[in-house]
Design a protein around this ligand. Structure first.
Ligand code: CP
Length: 364
């Protein structure tokens, strides 16, 4: 790995971050294994198939007490830090529990107010401090690119680099959400030819929603997928994503209503309006036509699935929860298992789970 010249003003970082993504990606792998998990573009089909096979193994091994205890011994010598300085419920809890399933001891910072950043320490110094104590940093941060900067900084300058996992970076990416979303899609379409050839509708605030951005990138790995984006015009999917899809010859359409996409979709992925970013103060009620309720459910295919990264507000009426096509609670739980598989992969214990874990699977 090349070394960039370190200086207090992070001159090396400015140079690095302006490189095209394809040139930056190799810095986040070690010996052909993923090390820092920062972008959905880091995952290829072979990686996904292997990760999801491992996810299935871990969840089956964990069904029995001896299997769960065996998993919890795998990394009992390791420590993880959850640095979540932006609100989170399920990503935080699923990572925390994924770490515990694999035996990691965990520590957490959930607000800059409770870290020494409040005393004026730079976030970069805080991160270097964490790496003095732990073997893994899982990070949610409001600033786009901060997880990448952290990984770069630790890789280039720290005497004790540790892997960094992006658990949501501003409005940019949420790669591990995309991993669990695609795992959920794969399980849903298991007996219908898999994800290949399916029509995926993404609905809501697509401009500021990092989950749909990461999911769009990840769907590149499946053949014949078509994406339908349904959003108010001011919240349509970004030009950078459209360019990416065009470059990879992935067909997509943009629509101005939910009604227009419902009859055609094999999966309807709803998202909330991210009004925490609102500068105009437009109310949620103005977007109620992008909500699913028992009335418009009948327009969907009988075997389609309804997904949502959660938290939801008005986008899905609670009455929809009873519909067998609603899989968002399962999707949420899948996050814990895919994240456990991801951490096991980063630490190279995927092989031991696959080989030695087999004995537990025989008894399930
Ligand atoms: N899906 C998701 O990222 O949820 P949280 O914000 O609760 O972590």
């Amino acid at each position: 790995m090349a070394k960039y010249t370190f200086s207090q003003n992070f001159e090396g970082w400015d140079e690095f971050k302006n490189l095209p993504l394809q040139e930056r990606l190799p810095y986040f792998f070690r010996r052909d294994r993923i090390y820092d998990v920062l972008f959905s573009q880091q995952f290829n089909r072979s990686f996904l198939d292997t990760l999801y096979d491992l996810t299935n193994r871990i969840r089956r091994i964990a069904k029995i007490r001896e299997g769960m205890l065996w998993l919890a011994d795998l990394h009992s010598h390791r420590r993880a830090m959850l640095y979540f300085v932006q609100p989170s419920t399920r990503t935080f809890l699923s990572f925390l529990n994924a770490c515990h399933i694999l035996g990691f001891r965990t520590s957490e910072i959930r607000s800059m107010e409770t870290s020494s950043e409040i005393k004026g320490e730079s976030p970069e110094d805080s991160i270097r401090t964490f790496s003095s104590y732990v073997d893994l940093i899982v990070m949610r941060h409001p600033q786009e690119g901060f997880a990448e900067k952290t990984a770069w900084l630790l890789n280039c300058y720290s005497d004790r680099p540790v892997p960094v996992v992006n658990a949501g970076s501003g409005k940019d990416q949420h790669p591990t959400q995309a991993l669990l979303d695609v795992y959920t899609l794969q399980r849903s379409f298991e007996h219908r030819g898999g994800i290949d050839g399916k029509v995926i509708a993404m609905v809501g605030d697509l401009k500021r929603g990092r989950t749909v951005r990461s999911l769009s990138y990840l769907l590149r790995n499946y053949q014949g997928v078509k994406i339908l984006y349904a959003a108010p015009p001011e919240f349509q999917i970004g030009e950078d994503i459209k360019e990416f899809l065009g470059h990879h010859a992935i067909p997509f359409e943009e629509h101005g209503s939910l009604e227009a996409v419902l009859p055609w979709a094999d999966a309807v992925y709803l998202t909330r309006i991210q009004d925490e970013h609102d500068e105009t103060g437009r109310s949620q009620s103005e977007y109620s036509e992008f909500s699913l309720d028992p009335r418009n459910l009948s327009r969907m295919k009988s075997d389609a699935v309804i997904m949502h990264p959660l938290p939801r507000r008005g986008e899905i009426d609670v009455a929809v929860d009873r519909d067998p096509r609603a899989i968002y609670w399962r999707q949420e739980r899948n996050g814990m298992w895919t994240r456990a598989a991801l951490i096991a992969t980063i630490f190279g214990s995927d092989r031991v789970v696959s080989e030695e874990g087999e004995r537990f699977l025989r008894s399930v």
